[in-house]
Design a protein around this ligand. Structure first.
Ligand code: NDP
Length: 500
């Protein structure tokens, strides 16, 4: 882990420089104000106070960005680059991100509130890895020779062509990583991009755009339009000349994107919410399981789509895990993202904080027990205590809804041999993004993994790699990001059949 203490002296320079500047839209390789002249305030969630102002792009700005992306896709330098030249540009972007990793992490921590140790060592680090992984695909995306029977007297092959202009819409919980996870594969596939970052945390996308400019990507290949979801985001979804929307965010907005995309039959990739189960069998490494269960709740203050927020632990180990969580929750260092010892930052906004506290209050009314936490932390900013709720039943909203806060809902189970019943419990929400299983019994582990309807299952804390596609079953999304599937999702498959 990089020492994050050494980053603190850079804060003043950042505040006086990048943060203080007038942030504009990045369209066609130029920095332009929103055509309405409007801007919006970006708050620091650890104080609730002013951090920066960003341009409020609207439909007209999105239209200019889409036109630039279309022109870049079809004319100009971008389509004339060889695959290797395109790869080299993406590798250069990865290098530039790596060189500026400290600054990007600081921006991300100030804007989103997440601890430097995670923005520096997880978000930005994974962003570099993601860009390099996807850069490699630029020279490896190929079609296939299709099987043609001799009687057909044909030779048939497939081509993978860029899907076109991509509208990338990203959330506030991991804005930098989500942006590069979309831009990297889109560029590797030869597409051009209009990125609309979340209004609550748009700053790292703007710094990324500066790096894209410095490296010398042809104008219009990547455009960044900051603004609101219902104006700029919706305009991207509605735009007739956008070929694909790649979205990460709430299931509610995901559904509106499904509807909105239908008008022009846009391709869509949706990475939506989750309410992931963690099933702990009595034979598991309870120490490791407790650590992992707690970490996933503290990580990004629970504002993380894959967070394991529903704990099902066998009754023999339930109390041990609950008291282990309580102990760790009591020790976790809560504070501003940029304080070097912070382990858990604030919630992104007052609205989200109220939402989290509202869920906790509703669960208590419905009969859940607040074992630990449950309250706002008494300091400026949008802080809430890590919270453990017991006696949670499937009909409660805290069991069903994605809370997006540091709230663990816990329920014990009796019979470890009833995999069908356990799976039924684990599957009993509209989501299906991830699941975590802890047991030393391989039959139980695989048996349950096969029964759970989720896109990403870990057993005993298995790790993720860039090569693994990420996405959800049910209402957790459509399609996959990451891996070969992720980059192929930015291509159209064409069959060419030659009569012989
Ligand atoms: P949203 O889904 O509203 O935001 C995600 C992105 O979509 C943002 O860039 C947002 O813009 C944009 N957007 C909003 N409305 C539209 C629209 N009509 N058309 C196109 N784009 C739009 O998430 P919220 O910020 O409202 O968070 C609410 C809940 O969503 C959270 O509590 C959590 O449960 C879930 N969520 C899940 C995420 C995940 O990773 N799975 C990430 C973020 C949220 P803007 O922010 O500018 O309005």
């Amino acid at each position: 882990m990089n020492a994050v203490t050494s980053l603190i002296p850079q804060l003043d320079a950042l505040r006086a420089g990048f943060l203080a500047r007038e942030h504009r839209l990045f369209v066609n390789g130029r920095w332009v104000p929103a055509q309405s002249g409007q801007s919006f305030e970006v708050l620091d969630p650890s104080t609730g106070k002013h951090l920066a102002r960003a341009a409020a792009g609207e439909a007209v700005d999105v239209d200019a960005a889409v036109k630039a992306a279309r022109a870049a896709l079809e004319t100009g330098a971008w389509p004339k680059l060889t695959h290797a030249e395109r790869a080299r540009l993406i590798f250069k972007l990865a290098d530039a991100v790596e060189r500026n990793a400290d600054e990007l992490a600081l921006i991300e921590s100030l804007d989103g509130g997440n601890p430097l140790r995670s923005t520096r060592n997880v978000d930005v680090h994974l962003g570099v890895e993601s860009l390099r992984y996807n850069a490699g695909w630029a020279t490896k995306l190929t079609g296939e020779t299709a099987l043609s029977s001799p009687q057909s007297r044909s030779f048939t092959f497939t081509l993978r062509e860029p899907i076109g202009v991509v509208g990338a819409i990203t959330p506030w919980n991991a804005p930098f990583l989500m942006a590069v996870n979309k831009i990297g594969p889109a560029l590797a596939a030869g597409c051009t991009v209009v990125l609309k970052p979340a209004e609550l945390a748009p700053l790292s996308a703007l710094r990324l755009a500066q790096l894209i400019e410095e490296i010398g990507f042809p104008p219009g290949v990547v455009n960044v339009v900051t603004g609101f979801g219902h104006t700029a985001g919706q305009a991207l979804v509605d735009h007739p000349d956008v070929n694909k929307i790649s979205f990460t965010g709430s299931t509610r907005v995901g559904k509106s994107i499904v509807t909105g995309s239908a008008a022009h039959m846009k391709r869509i990739t949706l990475e939506l919410g989750g309410k992931s189960p963690v099933v702990v069998f009595p034979d598991a490494d309870i120490e490791a399981a407790t650590q992992a269960v707690s970490r996933t709740i503290f990580f990004k203050t629970g504002q993380f789509c894959m967070a394991g927020t529903r704990l099902f632990a066998h009754e023999k180990v339930f109390d041990k895990i609950a008291s282990g969580f309580e102990d760790l929750a009591g020790k976790v260092k809560i504070g501003p993202g940029v304080a070097p010892d912070t382990e858990m930052g604030p919630i992104i906004s007052q609205k989200q904080l109220d939402r989290v506290l509202g869920y906790i209050a509703a669960s208590a009314k419905d009969g859940a027990e607040i074992v630990t936490g449950g309250k706002r932390v008494d300091r400026e900013g949008f802080f809430v205590e890590p919270t453990l709720l017991a006696n949670v039943r499937p009909e409660m909203s805290v069991f069903q809804d994605e809370i997006f806060g540091p709230v663990l809902c816990a329920t014990p189970f009796k019979d470890a041999s009833e995999l069908d019943r356990l799976a039924q419990y684990a599957n009993d929400t509209s989501y299906g993004l991830a699941a975590n299983i802890w047991t030393r019994d391989i039959s139980n582990a695989i048996g349950l993994a096969r029964r759970i309807k989720a896109g990403n299952i870990t057993i005993n804390g298995g790790a993720r790699e860039q090569s693994m596609p990420l996405g959800g079953f049910k209402q957790s999304g459509i399609g996959r990001e990451g891996g070969r599937d992720g980059v192929e999702a930015y291509t159209e498959l064409k069959i060419v059949s030659v009569g012989l």
